[in-house]
Unconditional design. Structure first.
Length: 213
């Protein structure tokens, strides 16, 4: 069955109808051939930048960082050179790859993402925050609130001062707050999805990195 033509309306329809990140990824991957032909013919540049940015975020939502890096290399370079949106995707990927949490949140919140892409940007921020919370809960027995807040893109200065709203975000997840020691005690959080080799490997890498900090 032939695919419908790649248009902005079709992209919006794909995003709306995809029930999971996997469905989004699988559908968008079928359009990469059309996108390359459109790029070769110097077609709609805005459409191409939206397609590749949609596809890029579908990789992030599946934790396919190596594949996301490969995607950035497959995008026609003449398109990337003149496109701030695709350049921003590459900058974000570098921060995610390096696990620079502060920069990830800053880029997601402050970069000028176009309106059609905003649902995916917001969805990834929630995903990244939840994943980080899960990783912290398995890594630390005790952690200072400002450190935990920094990992989750929250106000670390307010957390250091014991802001009750920020502390409640953690205690709502089952963490314990020791007001005398001024420490949070994480409670291990069950993964949102069943563990697999990729998740175990990723968690080990995170634990190693956090252990050095």
């Amino acid at each position: 069955m032939d695919l419908p033509p790649l248009t902005q309306e079709q992209l919006s329809s794909i995003l709306t109808s995809a029930a999971t990140p996997s469905e989004l990824y699988d559908t968008l991957s079928q359009y990469e051939g059309q996108a390359l032909l459109l790029a070769d013919s110097k077609g709609d540049q805005e459409l191409l930048s939206l397609f590749y940015s949609f596809f890029f975020f579908s990789h992030l939502l599946l934790e396919e960082l190596s594949e996301a890096r490969m995607l950035t290399k497959r995008i026609p370079q003449n398109l990337v050179e003149n496109n701030s949106l695709l350049q921003n995707c590459t900058i974000l990927l570098r921060a995610v790859w390096q696990r620079s949490h502060e920069h990830v949140y800053r880029y997601l919140r402050e970069m000028p993402w176009p309106e059609p892409l905003e649902p995916l940007v917001q969805r990834y921020e929630v995903y990244f925050q939840n994943k980080t919370l899960e990783e912290l809960s398995y890594t630390y027995e005790a952690i200072r609130p400002e450190t935990a807040a920094n990992y989750l893109g929250l106000d670390s200065a307010a957390a250091q001062q014991g802001n009750p709203d920020i502390l409640q975000k953690f205690t709502n997840c089952g963490w314990k707050w020791d007001g005398e020691a001024k420490l949070l005690h994480p409670k291990p959080i069950a993964p949102a999805h069943g563990p697999d080799d990729r998740q175990v490997k990723g968690l080990r890498e995170v634990m190693a990195l956090l252990g050095k900090s």
